[in-house]
Write a protein that binds this ligand. Structure first.
Ligand code: T5A
Length: 207
């Protein structure tokens, strides 16, 4: 049985990850793949509890180091319980956010040094990295307005536009450094055009 592929979808708030995740899942299933859809932080009962700790608005300031460690604690659980077993049995894993979010939000947004994040990445993941990462890119104000129409802001969505500009710049930097792994799609377009572009990227992956 060959190992499955690990695909991640990334982007700033309200960029359309959930909407397009369903499109990618259906596209891959249509190719006869077993697809496991999951998300970070989360994906297992314990990791979902950590997610809610991270996203809940609270009066107590959250230490950026505590935030970073909680994210990697959830990731360790998710990898062992869901991602690795699925890949090992030949399924394709489609994950809403992964470690690129950590480089973008905790690195770009909070200012954590990339090398420190890299140490935790190696500790938790060993050499496991996504085979392909789709970055949905959007004007920050447009994404936030879409996200806010849908629900009340969580702890991250309450951050400043400047914070999200840094997150967006960090994603672009990741993509520029390893163009073979990343595909950046303009998510400010109408949904049909976004999905047309995503399908082109998936065709490449399939071939
Ligand atoms: N986080 C996470 C870290 O800081 N570090 C980490 O390592 C990790 C893993 C998780 C938070 O955790 C942080 C980052 C995040 O703040 P999340 O729920 O994964 O949060 O992320 P959000 O960005 O908050 O996800 P959302 O569910 O809010 O946004 P989506 O999934 O990007 O957007 P979606 O698909 O729900 O779309 C938003 C709205 O826009 C519409 C949709 O219908 C929907 O109403 N829409 C469009 N409208 C017009 N044109 C299009 N092209 C559209 N596409 C979607």
């Amino acid at each position: 049985m060959s190992q499955g592929k690990f695909i991640t979808i990334e982007g700033t708030e309200g960029v359309g990850k959930s909407t397009n995740l369903a499109f990618v899942r259906d596209w891959l299933s249509g190719q006869g793949r077993e697809v496991v859809v999951t998300r970070e932080p989360g994906g297992t009962p314990l990791a979902e509890e950590i997610r809610s700790l991270l996203l809940t608005n609270r009066a107590e300031p959250v230490s950026p180091t505590a935030e970073l460690l909680l994210i990697f604690a959830a990731r360790a659980q998710h990898l062992e319980q869901v991602v690795k077993p699925a890949l090992a049995r030949g399924a394709w894993v489609l994950c809403d956010r992964f470690t690129d979010s950590t480089y973008a939000y905790q690195g770009g947004g909070r200012g954590f040094d990339k090398d420190r994040i890299g140490l935790l990445e190696t500790l938790v993941q060993g050499d496991l990295r996504p085979d392909m990462t789709l970055i949905l890119d959007i004007d920050i104000e447009l994404g936030l307005s879409r996200a806010r129409q849908r629900s009340e802001p969580d702890r991250f969505e309450g951050e400043t536009v400047r914070f999200f500009e840094q997150v967006r710049a960090a994603y672009r930097d990741l993509a520029a450094r390893a163009p073979e792994r990343y595909a950046v799609v303009d998510a400010g377009q109408p949904l049909e055009a976004v999905q047309k572009d995503i399908a082109k990227v998936l065709e490449r992956l399939n071939g």
